[in-house]
Design a protein around this ligand. Structure first.
Ligand SMILES: *Cc1c(COP(=O)(O)O)cnc(C)c1O
Length: 875
C-alpha cells in the first residue's frame, strides 16, 4: 500500500504546470495547517486524531477559496451578468477536499506539505464524509453542472436543501439491505458557511381571502429558511460560485399561543416540528411518493430561492450607485431558472403569486416574464416517477398556489380550445389537472406550460418525450422542445479519480483536455503505439489492484486482479435490469458446473447500488444477488473462474475507486427506459468497454466511438415498442431456452435459498407474468454478447486498442459541453474561458479591471483592495 501511494503521490506532483509545489507554497500550507490545528481545531499534535488533521487541512485549503469566492461575487455584482439559477432537490456532491485542492491548483503543494509533516494525505482524504444529498444520476448531474458552470465562468448558483440526513448508508446483513441514517454533519462541515443573518420566512397552510385589492394568503404558519453557502470553485480560473442550501428553522414566536397558555415547555419542543422540513432526503430514485412532507420540502426550496433571486435582482448596481430596481421589465434578461425535473416546479406558481399578489402585476405581464425565465429538464418517462400532487393536499398546504395553478390551467385550456375546437381528447391530455376520484396536478404539464424550453437528457430520450408524455404539447409548441445530452465533469471523473490515466494522457497530449475534453481525440494517433498500449494496460492493472486492496481491507473480500472486472453500479431498479446480469451469472455458474474443465475467461462480476427502502422488488434483487454470490463463491468447482461481489454502500466516493478499475461497464436497461445515464460516461472516460443496449446516452457513445468498439445487444427502442404492441409472453422464452429455464427454476426452487425455498417466488412471478422490462427477451442476445466480450478479452492488445478509442471518443460527454449548450440555447449566457485575477493581483474594480497584472510574485504585490463604496449588498 505504501509503495502504491508513493507512486500516486509522484503522479499527483507532476499533474499540472499550474499546480507545482514550490518551497514557498509548501511552507505556507504547513504554516496554516499548524495554525488551524491550534486555533480552529484546538488541539496539539500529540493528541490529534486523523480527523483533527483532516479538519486542519480542510480549513487550510478553504482559506485559499475565501478571497476568490468573495471577489467572484464582487465581480458579479459589478458586472451584473445574467444569473443562472439551478434549482434541484438533490446535489450528490461526494467529497470536497481533493476536488478543491485540484481546482485551486494546490494539490501538489498540499501533498508535499503533508508528506513533510509525516502525514498520509490519502488517509486524511478518506475521513471526509460524502455529502450524499442525492439519490443517483439526477443529483450527481446537478453536482457536475455546478463544477462546469464555475469552470465556464458563468454566474451560476445551485439552490437546494441542506438535508440533515443524506442518502442512507447501506449495510448488507444476511444478504439483505439494511438502511442506516446518514448523519453526515455529526462532526461538522468545514465547507459550509451558515448565514443566520439572512433568514427568509416561508408560509404554509392558512386560507385565501379575496377582496377588491386582490388575493390575500392569511392565517399561515411560518417556517424560516436559513441559507448555508458552499463554495464551488472553477478549474484553475479563480472563479468561485455559490451553492446555497436552505435549512428549516423555527421562527422566534413559534407557537406563541401555547406559550401564552403557559405551556412553555411544549412550545419549545414543538419548534422541532417545523425544522423537520429539511431533516431527511427522500431516498427514492425515479419514483414519486406523494407525501405532505415532501411537498413542503419542494415548496420550501422554491419559495426561499425565489425571494433570494428577487432580492439579488432588485439590489443592482447602477453606475456608481446601488439602486433598488423597481421594475421587473429586465427580469428575463437578468435571470434564468433551470428546473431539475419537476421537483422544484412549484417555483412557477410561486413566482406568479409574488408578481400578482405582492407586486400587483397584471396576469399577462407576470405570465410573460415567468415563461421567459423558466426552463424545465425532464429526466424520465417512467410513469411511476412522474409527480402528480393531489389537489386535496395542495389545497391544504398551499391553497393560494392551487388557485393559481387552476388559473394557469384555465387560460392554457382556453388557448387549447381555440387551437383545437371541440376536441375533448386534447383538452384532457393537455390539462394540468387530471380528473378522477382524487384530482391531481400533473407537475410535468405545469412545468412545460410555464417554461420557454423543455429538454430531454439524451438524443433518444428527447425524441421519446416528443412522441409520448409530451406528444400533444410538442404538436402545440414544437419550438419549446430541445435536447441537452448529459455529461460528467472530467475534473472529478478523470483527473481526481484516476491520476495514473490522467498523467499518461497529459504526457501524450498536454493538459488542455482537462477543460477541452474533445482534445482526447488526439489519443487516436497512439492506437498502434506499443508503449502507449502497455502504459494504458499498466494503469488499468494498478487501478484494479488498488480496488482489490480496498475490498480486502474494508470488506475482507478477495478478488483476482487478473480476472475481467465486469461491473454494474447504479441504483437498483427493475428497469436497469440487474436481474439480467444476475441471470448471466447463474448461467455461467451452471456451465462451469456442467463442465468443470470448461476453459473460460475468469471474471469478477461486481454489482452495487442502493434500493429505495420501500421498493420491495429492488430489495429482493439485492438479496438474490447476494444469495447467488454466496453459492458461487463457495463452490470449489468454480475456483477462480467466477467470482461475484456485491459492492456495499455504493456512493460518489466509492464510485471514484470502482470505475477506474473496470474492464467492462454494464449499461443494460430496457431500450427506451434509461433517459441518459451518466455512469456509462464515467466508465467510458476511464477506459472500460461497454456492454449495453441502445438506450439513453449509450446510443451517442456508440456514434462517437463506432459500433465496433462497443458491445451492443438486445432490442432497440422500436423493437421494444413492437413487442409491447404484439404482446410480450415471458413463458415463450422460458419454455424454449434451456439455460434460461434452468436458471429460473433454480431461483424458484430455492437452489440459492435452501433454508427458505420460497424466498424468490415473487421475483420469478414478476419475471414470468408481469415483467414490464422484458428481461427474458434480451437474455440470449446478452449471453451471446458476453461471449464476444470474453473472446476479445483473450486478446489484450485488441482490447486495449478499443479501450483507447473509447477514451479518445469520450470528449462529447464532458458536462462543460452540456453546460455550454444550456448557456447558448436556453439561458442566453455565453461560456468563457477567461480567468479572474488571482487574489493577490490587482483587485477587480471599475477603473482597472481590464489591466490585470500577471506578476505572480507574492511578496512584491500589495493587496490594495478597498471596500466598495456601497458595500456588498448581501450578494
Ligand atoms: C454517476 C452516478 C450515478 C448514476 O449512474 P447511472 O449508471 O447513470 O444510473 C449514481 N450514483 C452515483 C454514486 C454516481 O456517481
Amino acid at each position: 500500500m505504501a509503495s502504491a501511494s508513493q507512486t500516486d503521490l509522484e503522479r499527483r506532483k507532476q499533474i499540472s504546470v499550474r499546480n507545482i509545489a514550490t518551497v514557498g507554497n509548501v511552507n505556507d500550507i504547513k504554516q496554516s495547517f499548524n495554525r488551524h490545528l491550534h486555533y480552529t481545531v484546538v488541539k496539539d499534535r500529540n493528541v490529534s486524531t486523523s480527523r483533527d488533521f483532516y479538519l486542519a487541512l480542510a480549513h487550510s485549503v478553504r482559506d485559499h477559496l475565501t478571497s476568490r469566492w468573495i471577489r467572484t461575487q464582487q465581480n458579479y455584482y459589478e458586472k451584473d451578468p445574467k444569473r443562472v439559477y439551478y434549482l434541484s432537490l438533490e446535489y450528490y456532491m461526494g467529497r470536497t477536499l481533493t476536488n478543491t485542492m485540484i481546482n485551486i491548483g494546490i494539490q501538489s503543494a498540499c501533498d508535499e506539505a503533508l508528506y513533510q509533516m509525516g502525514l498520509d494525505i490519502e488517509e486524511l482524504e478518506e475521513i471526509e464524509e460524502d455529502a450524499g444529498l442525492g439519490n443517483g444520476g439526477l443529483g450527481r448531474l446537478a453536482a457536475c453542472f455546478l463544477d462546469s458552470m464555475a469552470t465556464l465562468g458563468m454566474a451560476g448558483y445551485g439552490y437546494g436543501l441542506r438535508y440533515e440526513y443524506g442518502i442512507f448508508t447501506q449495510k448488507i446483513i444476511d444478504e439483505e439491505q439494511i438502511e442506516e441514517p446518514d448523519d453526515w454533519l455529526r462532526f461538522g462541515n468545514p465547507w459550509e458557511k451558515a448565514r443566520p443573518e439572512y433568514l427568509i420566512p416561508i408560509h404554509f397552510y392558512g386560507r385565501v381571502l379575496h377582496d377588491e385589492t386582490g388575493a390575500h394568503w392569511i392565517d399561515t404558519q411560518t417556517v424560516q429558511a436559513m441559507p448555508y453557502d458552499s463554495p464551488i470553485p472553477g478549474y484553475q480560473n479563480n472563479y468561485v460560485n455559490t451553492m446555497r442550501l436552505w435549512c428549516a428553522k423555527s421562527p422566534h414566536n413559534f407557537n406563541l399561543k401555547f406559550f401564552n397558555n403557559g405551556d412553555y415547555i411544549q412550545a419549545v419542543l414543538d419548534r422541532n416540528f417545523a425544522e423537520n422540513i429539511t431533516r431527511v432526503l427522500y431516498p427514492n430514485d425515479n419514483v414519486f411518493e406523494g407525501r405532505e412532507l415532501r411537498l413542503k420540502q419542494e415548496y420550501f426550496l422554491c419559495a426561499a430561492t425565489l425571494q433570494d433571486i428577487i432580492r439579488r435582482y432588485r439590489n443592482a448596481k447602477f453606475g456608481e450607485q446601488t439602486v433598488d430596481r423597481n421594475s421587473f421589465d429586465e427580469f428575463p434578461e437578468k435571470v434564468a431558472i433551470q428546473l431539475n425535473d419537476t421537483h422544484p416546479s412549484l417555483a412557477i406558481p410561486e413566482l406568479m403569486r409574488i408578481f400578482i399578489d405582492l407586486e400587483k402585476m397584471s396576469w399577462e405581464k407576470a405570465w410573460n416574464i415567468c415563461t421567459k425565465v423558466f426552463a424545465y429538464t425532464n429526466h424520465t418517462v417512467l410513469p411511476e416517477a412522474l409527480e402528480r400532487w393531489s389537489c386535496g393536499l395542495l389545497a391544504h398546504v398551499l391553497p393560494r398556489h392551487l388557485e393559481i395553478i387552476y388559473e394557469i390551467n384555465a387560460r392554457h385550456l382556453q388557448r387549447v380550445s381555440e387551437l383545437y375546437p371541440n376536441n375533448l381528447d386534447k383538452l384532457r391530455s393537455l390539462s394540468l389537472i387530471e380528473e378522477g376520484d382524487d384530482k391531481k396536478v400533473n407537475m410535468a404539464n405545469l412545468a412545460v406550460v410555464g417554461s420557454h424550453k423543455v429538454n430531454g437528457v439524451a438524443a433518444i430520450h428527447s425524441e421519446i418525450i416528443k412522441k409520448t408524455v409530451f406528444k400533444d404539447f410538442y404538436e402545440m409548441t414544437p419550438e419549446k422542445f430541445t435536447n441537452k445530452t448529459n455529461g460528467i465533469t472530467p475534473r472529478r471523473w478523470l483527473l481526481l479519480c484516476n491520476p495514473g490515466l490522467s498523467d499518461l494522457i497529459s504526457d501524450k497530449i498536454g493538459e488542455e483536455w482537462i477543460i477541452h475534453l474533445e482534445q482526447l481525440q488526439q489519443l487516436k494517433q497512439f492506437i498502434n503505439d506499443a508503449n502507449f498500449i502497455r502504459d494504458i494496460q499498466r494503469v488499468k492493472q494498478e487501478n484494479k489492484m488498488r480496488l482489490a486492496e480496498i475490498l480486502k481491507k474494508e470488506m475482507n473480500i478477495e478478488i483476482n486482479p487478473a480476472s475481467l472486472f465486469d461491473i454494474q453500479v447504479k441504483r437498483i431498479h427493475e428497469y436497469k435490469r440487474q436481474l439480467l446480469n444476475c441471470l448471466h451469472i447463474i448461467t455461467l455458474y451452471n456451465r462451469i458446473k456442467c463442465n468443470p474443465n470448461l476453459s473460460i475467461v475468469p471474471r469478477t462480476i461486481m454489482i452495487g447500488g442502493k434500493a429505495a427502502p420501500g421498493y420491495h422488488m429492488a430489495k429482493q434483487i439485492i438479496r438474490l444477488i447476494n444469495k447467488v454470490a454466496k453459492v458461487v463463491n463457495n463452490d470449489p468447482v468454480v475456483g477462480n473462474k467466477l467470482k461475484v461481489v456485491f459492492l456495499e454502500n455504493y456512493r460518489v466516493s466509492f464510485a471514484e475507486k470502482i470505475i477506474p478499475a473496470a474492464d467492462l461497464s454494464e449499461q443494460i436497461s430496457t431500450a427506451g427506459t434509461e433517459a441518459s445515464g451518466t455512469g456509462n460516461m464515467k466508465f467510458m472516460l476511464n477506459g472500460a468497454l461497454t456492454i449495453g443496449t441502445l438506450d439513453g446516452a449509450n446510443v451517442e457513445m456508440m456514434e462517437e466511438m463506432g459500433k465496433e468498439n462497443i458491445f451492443i445487444f438486445g432490442m432497440n427502442e422500436q423493437e421494444v415498442e413492437q413487442l409491447k404492441q404484439t404482446g410480450y409472453n415471458a413463458w415463450n422464452y422460458y419454455n424454449t431456452n434451456v439455460e434460461l429455464k434452468m436458471a429460473i427454476d433454480q431461483i424458484n426452487n430455492g437452489f440459492f435459498s435452501p433454508k427458505n425455498p420460497d424466498m424468490f417466488k415473487d421475483v420469478v412471478n414478476v419475471l414470468l407474468n408481469h415483467d414490464r422490462f422484458f428481461v427474458f427477451a434480451d437474455y440470449q442476445s446478452y449471453l451471446d454478447c458476453q461471449e464476444k466480450v470474453s473472446d476479445l478479452y483473450k486478446n489484450p492488445i485488441e482490447w486495449t486498442r478499443k479501450t483507447i478509442l473509447n477514451i479518445a471518443s469520450s470528449g462529447k460527454f464532458s458536462s462543460d459541453r452540456t453546460i455550454a449548450e444550456y448557456g447558448r440555447e436556453i439561458w442566453n449566457v455565453e461560456p468563457s474561458f477567461d480567468k479572474l485575477p488571482e487574489p493577490h493581483q490587482t483587485p477587480i474594480s471599475k477603473t482597472n479591471n481590464t489591466t490585470v497584472t500577471n506578476n505572480t510574485n507574492n511578496a512584491t504585490i500589495t493587496n490594495n483592495a478597498k471596500p466598495m463604496k456601497n458595500g456588498l449588498k448581501n450578494e
